[in-house]
Write a protein that binds this ligand. Sequence first.
Ligand code: KPL
Length: 301
Amino acid sequence: MQIVVFGAGSLGSLLGAVLAREHEVTLVAREAHADAVRADGIRLEGELEAVVHPRATTDGAGLEADLAVVAVKAFDTESAAKTLATGRFDAVLSVQNGMGNEATLAESLEAPVLSGTVTYGAILREPGFVECTGVGEITLGPRDGGRSSLATAVGEAFERAGLETTVAEDMPVRRWRKLAVNAGINPITALTATENGAVLESPANAVARAATRETARTARATGVSLSNRDALEAMESVAAETRANTSSMAQDVLAGRRTEIDSISGYVVDRAAEHGLEVPTNRLLADLVRTWEREHARIAL
Ligand code: KPL
């Protein structure tokens, strides 16, 4: 299968490297990373090991492939969608954090947009070098739920490359469950510069649980059946399984980069407001991370 991976940060580079063991992969990456990949390939270390030689480019315009995997930060989705629209793909799969990305992609693209969640851990250590900090699972399917032969074909292609993949018919609830996990773990670990396991300990645990419960309540208000217990179990089991990992938002803060707070806690606040719900913990966490961004993030907001 020909696959373009759009956005070669930590997760995109990990997926691109693993997929390149079996498929013809092109990475759309920043200049230093693309140069390193063209010169020496990608070195994958940690829980998965390989050296692979995918194509790499900084210019995502006009590309054609069977599949585009979108792994850009949530706030870059709109511009990625415009660039992707200049190319041709049979399917597009978003593996991004946060909510609303698939809808943004679908507005600009004719190809069917699949939704994905990923629990693999990754850190891009330097251009051309990505560490797998945890083998997890990819779940993918049609963004509105149900079956599709396209999702099955993508799932099989991922499995052939050695990625643990489940094809699901209930992506809306899975996306909200992932959002509840991210709302519980990401802002707290970013604000306190701790690893994921910190949210299992007092006093952070009570805050993480409150943010997770509020997210589940908001999901139910939008018509998605996610119980508090299901969301809390998911948040705490991911935190336990990835105890020693640095969340993507904590990585962003440590690197002085803009975070995905708007599409995680900010998304919960906005959807809750539409349904007349108060979500004070998500509101506070969003406000604090945005305060950090205004003072420290190196890019213009
Ligand atoms: O998705 C994640 C992230 O870091 O963004 C979690 C689930 C928290 C794993 O680190």
